[in-house]
Design a protein around this ligand. Structure first.
Ligand code: FMN
Ligand code: ADP
Ligand code: MG
Length: 240
């Protein structure tokens, strides 16, 4: 259970991500338990966690922050300049684990995408009225690339839903303040402006989307060609 100790305003070293971070995760946005928006008012984009223990044994259960890019072929939000064909890179906070408050038996990766760092934070303390978490148009099935930049805290059980929501609100603020530091902000600015290893990781974020669509289309075509062709089991489960 969460203690009453006040929370640190930032997480991770000021000098920038320390190994094992940045960690790259990628996957299609799948259905979760349907609680994020409905129960908590906090939508979380879930990506498959099946091969996490094998590929990323370093990722213990807990809450992390990072940056995400969504495939612009299936997710193209309208901006003041019209709709964009390049992937937007946005700050994110996520949980990896069993959601002890809900006592899940399977591990999930759940990502809450926050507004751009240049916009005011809707989750800041003292924000007028009830906290409204960031909400985008739905983007199920879209491929999401995530760069995890730091660890915030372990997962907890809570005495109430309100206490869970309040802790996630603080996570959003910790993630935002952490990412606003110079050594982290560079993962969000234009890829061309970042150099060295930071530039490599930043460059990876909006990459690989065309390969993914080809692979996905291929699986779907196989299904159409022959009803007896077994659907790739994992995709079958991911895509409603
Ligand atoms: C930043 C963040 C922190 C979270 N921390 C916890 C936690 O400490 N304990 C917990 O039980 N669930 C935690 N959750 C998970 C929420 O309970 C979860 O997002 C919710 O159950 C929605 O699940 P769904 O996507 O399957 O609908 C956290 C989620 C986020 C985004
Ligand atoms: N800010 C956001 N962060 C993450 N997902 C969002 C956001 N805004 C809208 N969504 C959409 O909401 C969906 C998640 O809502 P949620 O209630 O957690 O459902 P589920 O249980 O299916 O994950 C995401 O898959 C995405 O399509
Ligand atoms: Mg979710």
């Amino acid at each position: 259970m969460r203690s009453d100790k006040p929370r640190d305003p930032v997480a991770g070293p000021d000098a920038g991500p320390e190994p094992p971070y940045p960690v790259r995760l990628s996957g299609p946005v799948i259905k979760g338990f349907g609680r994020g928006s409905k129960d908590l008012g906090i939508p979380t984009a879930n990506i498959p966690a099946d091969d996490l223990s094998e590929k990323h044994p370093e990722l213990t259960t807990g809450v992390y922050y990072g940056v995400v890019a969504l495939d612009p072929k299936t997710y193209h939000p309208e901006t003041s300049e019209g709709s964009t064909s390049t992937a937007v890179v946005l700050p994110a906070v996520l949980s990896i684990g069993y959601n002890p408050f809900y006592k899940n038996t399977v591990r999930s990766v759940e990502i809450h995408i926050m507004p751009a760092l240049t916009e005011p934070s809707p989750t800041a303390a003292g924000h007028e009225g009830q906290t409204k978490f960031n909400r985008l148009p739905d983007f199920y099935k879209t491929r999401l690339n995530l760069l995890i930049l730091g660890y915030i805290r372990p997962e907890f059980d809570y005495v109430s839903l309100e206490a869970l929501v309040e802790d996630i609100r603080v996570d959003c603020e910790v993630a935002r303040e952490s990412l606003l530091r110079e050594a982290y902000k560079c993962y969000i600015v234009d890829a061309e402006k970042a150099s060295g290893k930071v530039g490599e990781d930043r460059g990876w974020l909006p990459s690989g989307f065309s390969d993914w669509i080809a692979a996905l289309d291929d699986s779907l075509i196989k299904i159409e060609v022959s009803a007896t062709t077994p659907f790739t089991p994992r995709l079958d489960r991911w895509i409603a």
